[in-house]
Design a protein around this ligand. Structure first.
Ligand code: HEM
Length: 542
C-alpha cells in the first residue's frame, strides 16, 4: 500500500489511470493527500476548483497543472469525469481528432431552450450537430457570412459610419444616451458595439437591417447576451452538475437571471421567425430564416407538427426521454419545430451581440496602454488608406502591422479561456492516458496561448511576434489558438476577424482614445468568455 503522499507520487497521471481503468484508489492516499483532492476522483473537484480561484476557473486549472507538473489534469465535475488539457500540442491534437468532437450535456446550455432541450450548434453533438452546423454554414454563406461579400462589407461600413457619427456628434436617439454621454463625450464599452455586428447578422437572417433610430432593440438584446456571457462560467456553472440547485437557490445559482436573459433574447428571435413565416413565399426565399422554413417544410419537420424534432429529419428519442423527465419538475409549454431554428440563430447572434464587442473592449484596453503601437498603426493606415475613405477588407494585404496587432490581442487576452468543453465520443487515448467515452475535455486555450516555449515573453504585448523579418504576417509564426480548430472550430472565425479588422482600423484612423481609469487586465471578468469590466472611453477626432 502506498503511503507516500507527495504530489509527485499521487499526481494526475496516477489519478487518471486509476479513474479510467476503474481501479479503486488507494484509500490512504486519497484521504491524506489534500493537495490532490481535486484530482482524486472525489466529487468535490468542482468546489475545489472554485476554492482555488472562484472567479477564474482557467487560472485554478493552471495552478493544478503547475502543482502536479502535468499537462493533463484529471478531475470530476459533479458526476462527470473531466480532463483539463494545458499543453499546446496536446490541445491541437484534441481539436484535430474527431473522437473528441462531442459536447457535454450541460444544463447551462439546456436552460437557453424553452423546453430545456439540447438544441442549436454550440452545445450539441452527433448527427444532429453535423446536420445543423452544415446547413447553417452553407446557407449563411449564401448570404455572405464567412466570406468576402459586397452587402456584408457595405453593412459593416454603414454601421461604422453610424458609430463615427454617434461618437463625433453625440447621441441623437433615446437609446443612444445610455451609450454615449453627450456632455463629456465618454462612451461605454463594450455596450457601444452592441448594434454594429448583430445588425449585419440580422440582414442575413431576415433580409432586414435596422436603421439607427430603430436600434433600441439591438441594445436590449445585447445586454441579455452580455449577461449570459458574463454570468455563465467556462465549466458550465454548478448548475450544470447539480441542476436541482436552481429549485433551492434560483438567485444564487444564477438560474433565474440566466433563464430570464435567454428567454428575453429568444422572444425577439421568435418574433423575427414569425414575421418571416407570415410573409413566407416558397418562390421568393429572401434570407436564411426563409431557407430554414423551406427546409423544415420539405423534410416534414413542420412548425405545426410539434414533437421534439431536433433537426430536419432526425427525431431523437433520447431528447424525448430527457424532456419528459424535466417536465415533471418544470411545467413547460408545448414545443414547436421553430425551437431548433431559434436556438441555432441565437448561436450566431449571441457572439455577434457580445463576443465581438467584448473582444473589441479588450483590444481597446491594450491600445490605450500601448500608445506607440497605436502610432505605428496610424502611420500604416495613413500611408495605405489615407483619410479620404474608411479602411476596407482589401486593405488587409497592406495593413500588416494592424493585422499583427489583432492577432497579438486575440492571443494575449484569449476570449474563451477554457474553450467550449469537448467530450470523448469513444474510449480513446491522449498523450499516453486512457480517456473513456463520455469524459469532458477542457482545452486550456488561455494557458496554451501563454505557453512560454511557444510564445516567448507571453505576457508582453508584442505584435511583432507575428511578423516575419520582411514585415509580412507570417501564418507559420501564428501558433495561437483563439478560435479553436478542427471540425468544431469557431463557426464565426472569418466574420469575427473581418469585423475586428474593419472596426479597429477605422477607430484608429478616425480617433485618439483616452480612458477614465487605466485598464488592468487583472480585473478582467471570466464567464463563458473573458470580458473587461464596463469602462468609459473617450474618442477624440484626429
Ligand atoms: C473574437 C470573436 C470570437 C472568438 C475568439 C470565438 C472563439 C470561439 C471558440 C474558442 C469556440 C469553441 C471551439 C471549440 O469548441 O473548440 C467557438 C465556437 C463557436 N463560435 Fe466563436 N468566437 C468568436 C466569435 C464568433 C462569432 C461572431 C460567431 C457567429 C456569428 C461565432 C460562432 C460560433 C459557433 C456557432 C461556435 C460553435 C461551433 C461548434 O460547436 O460547432 N463565434 N468560438
Amino acid at each position: 500500500m502506498a503511503t507516500d503522499v507527495s504530489p509527485q507520487n499521487c499526481g494526475p497521471a496516477l489519478h487518471l489511470r486509476n479513474l479510467y481503468n476503474n481501479e479503486p484508489f488507494n484509500a490512504t492516499l486519497r484521504r491524506r493527500c489534500l493537495k490532490c483532492r481535486a484530482a482524486s476522483g472525489s466529487q468535490t473537484s468542482y468546489p475545489f476548483l472554485l476554492a482555488l480561484n472562484y472567479n477564474h476557473l482557467h487560472r485554478a486549472a493552471a495552478k493544478l497543472t503547475q502543482l502536479y507538473n502535468s499537462k493533463l489534469v484529471g478531475l470530476y465535475l459533479g458526476p462527470l469525469p473531466a480532463v483539463v488539457v494545458n499543453d499546446h500540442d496536446t490541445v491541437r491534437q484534441v481539436l484535430q481528432c474527431s473522437e473528441f468532437d462531442g459536447r457535454p450535456d450541460l444544463f447551462l446550455a439546456r436552460l437557453r431552450d424553452e423546453q430545456y432541450a439540447r438544441r442549436g450548434i454550440f452545445f450539441t453533438d452527433g448527427d444532429s450537430w453535423r446536420e445543423q452546423r452544415k446547413f447553417f454554414l452553407k446557407t449563411l454563406h449564401e448570404y455572405g457570412f464567412g466570406r468576402r461579400n459586397e452587402t456584408v462589407e457595405q453593412d459593416l461600413q454603414t454601421g461604422l459610419t453610424e458609430l463615427i457619427a454617434l461618437l463625433k456628434d453625440g447621441p441623437k436617439h433615446e437609446h443612444e444616451r445610455a451609450i454615449v454621454d453627450g456632455s463629456t463625450g465618454y462612451a461605454v464599452c463594450p455596450q457601444m458595439f452592441f448594434a454594429l455586428f448583430s445588425n449585419v447578422l440580422l440582414r442575413m437572417l431576415t433580409a432586414t437591417r435596422l436603421e439607427r433610430e430603430d436600434q433600441a432593440v439591438l441594445f436590449e438584446v445585447g445586454k441579455c447576451s452580455l449577461a449570459f456571457h458574463r454570468q455563465g462560467d467556462d465549466y458550465g456553472l454548478a448548475l450544470s452538475y447539480i441542476p436541482w440547485i436552481r429549485l433551492l437557490l434560483p438567485g444564487f445559482s444564477r438560474y433565474r437571471l440566466l433563464r430570464e436573459v435567454n428567454q428575453k433574447a429568444n422572444g425577439v428571435i421568435r418574433s423575427l421567425v414569425e414575421k418571416c413565416e407570415q410573409t413566407y413565399n416558397e418562390d421568393d426565399i429572401r434570407c436564411f430564416i426563409d431557407a430554414y422554413i423551406r427546409e423544415m417544410r420539405q423534410t416534414g419537420s413542420k412548425p405545426t407538427s410539434g414533437g421534439y424534432a431536433f433537426g430536419f429529419e432526425c427525431k431523437r428519442k433520447r431528447e424525448k426521454r430527457v424532456i419528459v423527465r424535466l417536465k415533471i419538475a418544470n411545467p413547460i409549454p408545448l414545443p414547436s419545430a421553430d425551437d431548433q431554428l431559434i436556438i441555432g440563430c441565437a448561436d450566431f447572434l449571441v457572439p455577434a451581440f457580445s463576443a465581438i464587442p467584448a473582444k473589441l473592449g479588450l483590444i481597446l484596453e491594450r491600445l490605450v496602454a500601448h500608445a506607440s503601437v497605436v502610432e505605428k498603426m496610424y502611420t500604416e493606415i495613413d500611408r495605405h488608406v489615407g483619410q479620404s475613405r474608411l479602411p476596407l477588407l482589401d486593405d488587409r494585404t497592406h495593413l500588416l502591422y494592424c493585422e499583427a496587432v489583432l492577432r497579438e490581442a486575440l492571443r494575449i487576452d484569449t476570449l474563451v479561456p477554457s474553450g467550449i468543453p469537448h467530450v470523448a465520443t469513444t474510449d480513446t487515448e491522449l498523450a499516453g492516458f486512457q480517456i473513456p467515452k463520455g469524459t469532458l475535455v477542457i482545452n486550456g486555450l488561455d494557458y496554451i496561448n501563454h505557453q512560454e516555449e511557444v510564445f516567448p515573453e507571453p505576457y508582453t504585448f508584442r505584435p511583432e511576434r507575428f511578423l516575419s523579418e520582411e514585415g509580412n504576417v507570417s501564418h507559420d509564426q501564428d501558433r495561437s489558438v483563439p478560435f479553436g480548430a478542427g471540425k468544431r472550430v469557431c463557426a464565426g472565425e472569418t466574420f469575427a476577424r473581418n469585423a475586428l479588422f474593419l472596426t479597429i482600423t477605422t477607430l484608429v484612423q478616425q480617433f485618439t482614445f483616452t480612458v477614465e481609469h487605466s485598464p488592468d487586465p487583472e480585473q478582467h471578468l471570466t464567464g463563458v468568455i473573458r470580458t473587461a469590466a464596463d469602462f468609459k472611453i473617450k474618442f477624440t477626432a484626429r
